[in-house]
Design a protein around this ligand. Structure first.
Ligand SMILES: Cc1cc2nc3c(=O)[nH]c(=O)nc-3n(C[C@H](O)[C@H](O)[C@H](O)COP(=O)(O)OP(=O)(O)OC[C@H]3O[C@@H](n4cnc5c(N)ncnc54)[C@H](O)[C@@H]3O)c2cc1C
Length: 407
């Protein structure tokens, strides 16, 4: 009998297993994949995710893998390239990082095992065990095909957006949104790149950053309704999109594409009720959104921490599991709902060049300190509301002589 069985061993599952095991709980962590294992995903980790890697003692392992720290963020909306250093006054962590999932997920899995979690790889869960309407365990198959039953106080679905656990426990879904974008990604060598580079044009976006093995990920998104058009000539459409972005286009002739294309167009938005009798959901299994702002990994880490804290309160008898898990849902939603609404807007790939945004960017030209803070908003290192507060925007515009001092 385990305290917790965690189904899915990537960002959300391994992090949850790691934290629960460090609290002293008996944890079984299972995944149908075997690690190291890749998955179709961008992997740029924003500030909240980096903070958690550091807190859990894993950031040095990410850097030791050869993945460079990223300190510069730049964006170009067809106006000019606004580039800033992410400032140093946030938790002493002025960087982001973009490790390959083969690297990141393996670091997380190994850390969970070091913390005491029992890992079973190549293990596919196909059912939840019930007693008196309460989930009490799982049924699954080992890599060799043997059926296995295991029991636990709580079954945690960290098994991604199409979560089998969510389906089996019939977790209610809310705030649903259709897929808004489609993505094609590949890895490049001989492509000098020091930071995160985001380029927007009408209905087009590209996302570029350095990762392991001296490679750079170049990802391109189009609106979801154009997926079939993109698919009709993937290489040409991908290259044409990158060539629309002068900063990228100038480096392409000397660069070499080193990988296949990784594609993803199945990107529904939703929240699921993340708990019930004997079960909980974490990461994409509990809440999924378009990847345009690159929040998924950070959110999976944040939710893993919230869930582990809630369960600890339940196990310690400080709160009933029901109350602790209800708090978990509320805390998750307080953070995630505003981000989700903004993400749905941004992922329409239409809201990129509003007069307000272009005016602000023009005012930021040559203003290093505020550009840095603007980049910190993109990195989620400082809250949007504090940077975009009317008085702050007015101050920046005034400093750039774009509004009179009297306003
Ligand atoms: C195109 C694209 C680009 C993205 N770019 C970024 C980015 O730059 N930055 C960022 O932060 N996020 C990005 N994301 C989002 C990020 O990939 C996800 O939010 C993140 O992977 C969620 O982690 P997770 O652990 O919840 O789920 P997953 O990574 O989906 O892991 C789920 C695991 O559960 C296992 N599993 C599933 N079913 C079972 C079963 N029945 N039995 C056993 N195991 C099972 C799977 O094998 C898998 O290993 C991107 C996503 C996409 C699609």
């Amino acid at each position: 009998m385990y305290d917790a069985i965690v189904v899915g061993a990537r960002c959300a599952g391994s992090a949850t297993a790691l934290l629960l095991a460090r609290q002293g709980h008996k944890v079984l962590l299972v995944d149908k994949a075997t690690f190291p294992s890749d998955t179709i995903s961008g992997h740029f980790i924003m500030h909240p995710g980096v903070v958690r890697l550091k807190k859990w003692g894993l950031l040095d392992r990410v850097f030791a893998s050869g993945c460079p720290p990223i300190t510069r963020f730049s964006s170009n909306l067809g106006d000019y390239t606004l580039s800033g250093q992410v400032p140093y006054d946030f938790d002493g962590l002025p960087y982001a990082v973009g490790p390959r999932r083969t690297v990141l997920d393996t670091i997380l899995v190994e850390a969970a095992v070091e913390a005491g979690a029992e890992l079973r790889q190549g293990f596919a869960v196909n059912d939840v065990l019930w007693e008196d309407d309460r989930a009490v365990g799982i049924r699954g198959r080992t890599q060799e095909g043997s059926p296995v039953t295991e029991r636990a106080h709580i079954v945690i679905g960290a098994d991604g957006k199409h979560s089998k656990i969510a389906q089996l426990v019939q977790a209610p879904t809310y705030r649903e949104a259709p897929s808004l974008t489609c993505w094609y990604m590949s890895y490049w060598s001989e492509f000098p790149c020091e930071g995160l580079e985001i380029n927007w044009r009408h209905h087009r976006i590209s996302f570029t950053f350095p990762t392991n093995d001296g490679l750079v990920q170049n990802a391109v998104a189009w609106p979801h309704q154009e997926f079939h058009a993109f698919r009709s000539n993937i290489e040409q459409n991908y290259l044409n999109t990158l060539n629309m972005m002068p900063d990228i286009a100038e480096r392409l002739p000397d660069a070499r594409r080193e990988s296949q294309f990784y594609a993803m167009a199945d990107l529904p938005g939703f929240f699921r009720k993340p708990y019930g009798e004997g079960w909980a959901l974490v990461g994409d299994a509990g809440h999924h959104k378009d990847p345009t702002p690159a929040y998924g990994i950070s959110d999976a880490f944040c939710d893993a921490e919230l869930l582990a804290d809630a369960l600890q309160k339940g196990f310690a008898g400080e709160q009933s599991f029901e109350d602790a898990l209800s708090d978990y849902e509320q805390h998750r939603n307080t953070r995630a709902i505003p981000d989700y609404e903004e993400t749905c807007q941004r992922a329409s790939l239409e809201m990129w060049d509003t007069p307000d945004m272009l005016g602000l960017r023009s005012a930021l030209r040559g203003n290093e300190e505020d550009t840095s803070r603007f980049c910190a908003v993109m990195a989620r290192a400082i809250p949007r509301e504090s940077f975009f507060a009317p008085e702050n925007i007015q101050r920046i515009m005034r400093q750039a002589n774009l509004i009179p001092d009297s306003v």
